[in-house]
Design a protein around this ligand. Structure first.
Ligand code: GAL
Length: 394
């Protein structure tokens, strides 16, 4: 048994309270977001009682709101449950994240929750964790090529890709919002973007999306004029907005400019990329709203700047993955290990990390369109109406 410490039953009640508290928090709660942004590190001293021991939480970056929200929610929930938390962000720098995890182990962490930058780059840290009997929970992104990953909490990433492609098809008018074909056959010009090739999720999103689009590509309803239909061609290293903007500009220059073709839609797997793509389109003369003919661009993460763009009918859709639920699941798994039991998995087949199938807990996601921003994001307290209106997290 890996767990080294057991904590009082009262912590279970505290956890329940903390999760209720978490669920009222907005995704953009950024009380710590600025402190580590320039240095790439953030040490968090807890004032809460720490009967449960120290838990290390390694997040990839603060350049995206979602990871700030994830970090805040995990930290708050663990502290409520009686743990001390060492929360670190690594500015998307692989060696920094490795050092941070090393330091957590040195500092006596009793469990690790890690959202990896590069899913294959933490092998030596995980070996050290295993040698010290520290359970490792892979958070949102699967850590690959290591035996020493105990559990994985994430969303159904293949289904996220299906939803991204579905939203694109809705934006083009090929499907209605119930997923039924409208009879519209195009042909529509689309371009395809994928996430970071070192992030295991990127392939899942891509596979879900391409499986959904393939029948329409085969039928000629969708056409990819650039011909760039391979994952390697579409991938954007580290999910960088600027890289996506540059690739979209290159696609426009290389394929569309000087012809009578226009882009009708873009498959984008993440809101940061979507905003880069939209900027490139706007810089090339595409204007107005989707209703007026601006290309339909998909997304992911319900980042506040993109939610506003969706409300304004400029970005067509995003995928909402409630980070509060993911954080709660990570805390539940941590609690199980430190109580000396195994967390409950709901998937034991899909997430092979190259060495073993990692038991996983998958959560469900939702497609956000302009007309359900309120019901999905505002009513649930994820964003306030004011944040949606301003496009800025408060
Ligand atoms: C993925 C994650 C997405 C998005 C992306 C860029 O691993 O599942 O939700 O956040 O990284 O940060």
């Amino acid at each position: 048994m890996k767990a080294k410490k057991y904590f009082a039953a009262a912590a279970g009640a505290a956890l329940a309270i903390s999760l209720a508290a978490c669920s009222g928090e907005g995704a953009g709660s950024e009380e710590e977001s600025t402190t580590g942004a320039t240095t790439g590190t953030e040490s968090t001293e807890s004032s809460a009682p720490s009967e449960g021991g120290l838990v290390g939480v390694a997040m990839p970056t603060q350049t995206s709101e979602r990871w700030i929200a994830d970090g805040d929610a995990v930290k708050a929930g663990l502290e409520e449950a009686g743990y001390e938390v060492d929360l670190q962000f690594a500015n998307d720098d692989i060696p920094t994240q490795g050092q941070q995890v090393d330091q957590m182990i040195t500092n006596g962490a009793e469990a690790l929750i890690i959202a990896a930058i590069d899913g294959t780059a933490l092998a030596s840290q995980l070996d050290a964790a295993a040698a010290a009997g520290i359970p490792v929970i892979s958070y949102d992104r699967l850590i690959r090529d290591s035996e020493n990953v105990d559990f994985y909490v994430t969303f159904d990433n293949y289904q996220v890709g299906v939803q991204q492609a579905t939203s694109l098809l809705v934006g083009l008018g090929v499907l209605d919002k119930d997923g039924n074909e409208t009879g519209e056959t195009g042909p529509f010009n689309v371009e395809l973007f994928a996430g970071s090739p070192d992030d295991n999720n990127a392939t899942f999103f891509w596979n879900g999306a391409i499986d959904t689009l393939q029948p329409y590509l085969d039928a000629g309803t969708l056409v990819v004029p650039s011909g760039q239909t391979d994952f390697e061609q579409a991938a954007i290293l580290r999910w960088q907005q600027e890289t996506a903007q540059k690739r979209m500009e290159d696609l426009l220059t290389g394929t569309y400019v000087g012809t009578d073709m226009t882009v009708d839609g873009v498959l984008s797997p993440y809101d940061g990329l979507s905003r880069g793509i939209i900027t490139a389109l706007q810089n090339n003369g595409y204007e107005g709203t989707v209703t007026d003919g601006f290309p339909a661009v998909s997304g992911q993460d319900a980042e506040i700047a993109s939610v506003k763009l969706i409300a304004d009918d400029v970005q067509f859709a995003t995928i909402f993955k409630d980070t509060r639920k993911l954080a709660a699941q990570a805390i539940t798994a941590t609690e199980a290990y430190l109580e000396g039991t195994e967390p409950e998995a709901n998937n034991t087949t899909d997430y092979d990390n190259g060495v073993k199938v990692v038991p996983s807990f998958l959560l469900e996601s939702d497609i956000v369109y302009a007309d359900n921003i309120e019901s999905l994001l505002v009513d649930s307290g994820y964003w306030t109406a004011e944040e949606v209106a301003s496009g800025v997290a408060e």
